[in-house]
Design a protein around this ligand. Structure first.
Ligand code: F6R
Length: 241
């Protein structure tokens, strides 16, 4: 793993945006795996700026997001499709038809996970997969479990994830209990992985991810087995290493 030390959130966002920008510049028709949450908001702002000032062209880029809450549609301001449209896609010159997020409104979980896994496979090898890190070590919504989940699936969210994500909802009761997520196997097939982490609260889990044993109870620890992972983390997040 390559570890890039950033001063703070702003610096992490800038450095991570440079990495994504280099992929898009080298391969204008690249395939990007994207994430939501608070970690990538600053990074997306940097990409928007680069697109607006003519440095970056997303017209041929295709994307697939990691996950979506079951039950939330694109018009729900807590859905990940809404997040992506508002924090990135609506502000860059990407063809919205080339952007993909699991369909939270599909009630037939077997149908949706099969559709999304096939869609991601058909897109081809991801050139870069962006990841944030959950407080419990999750990536996507792959929560601590006895085994690493291979493919896209419908998962029950961990109580600690519901607690962490309630800040975006009126109350913890409003956080959906299930989500569709790419599997760890799906994520591990990406050519490059970019993990962004900030803040003191994630210091201990990040130390486990980087230095601990590879253990499905710390899902992101599997990244130790990927041969092109870059971690961009701020000083607080790196403080337990
Ligand atoms: C979001 C996702 C999650 C988040 C993680 C960290 O698409 O897949 O794994 O990356 O929960 O969330 P934040 O960035 O809000 O701390």
């Amino acid at each position: 793993m390559r570890i890039i030390r950033a001063k703070d959130y702003e610096d992490m966002s800038k450095k991570a945006a440079e990495i994504i920008a280099s992929v898009v510049t080298l391969k204008p028709d690249c395939i990007l795996g994207l994430a939501t949450g608070s970690s990538p908001i600053g990074l997306y702002k940097n990409l928007i700026e680069k697109c607006k000032n003519g440095e970056l062209d997303f017209s041929q880029v295709k994307t697939a997001n990691l996950d979506e809450y079951v039950g939330l549609g694109p018009d729900d301001d807590q859905s990940y499709r809404y997040f992506m449209n508002n924090n990135l896609f609506n502000h860059i010159n990407i063809n919205i038809e080339n952007t993909n997020v699991p369909n939270g409104l599909e009630k037939d979980a077997d149908k949706e996970v099969a559709r999304y896994e096939k869609l991601v496979q058909d897109l081809g090898e991801m050139d870069l997969q962006l990841l944030g890190l959950g407080l419990d070590g999750h990536i996507g919504f792959n929560e601590p479990a006895p085994v690493f989940p291979k493919v896209t699936q419908c998962v029950e969210l961990d109580p600690s994830t519901i607690e962490a994500n309630k800040r975006f909802f009126a109350s913890a009761d409003d956080v959906p209990r299930t989500a569709y997520t790419m599997g760890i196997g799906t994520i591990m097939r990406a050519k490059k992985v970019l993990l962004i982490v900030n803040g003191k609260a994630k210091a201990e889990i990040l130390a486990k991810v980087i230095n601990g044993p590879v253990d499905p109870m710390v899902p992101a620890s599997i990244l130790q087995f990927h041969n092109d992972v870059t971690v961009v983390a701020d000083e607080e997040a790196l403080s337990a290493l």
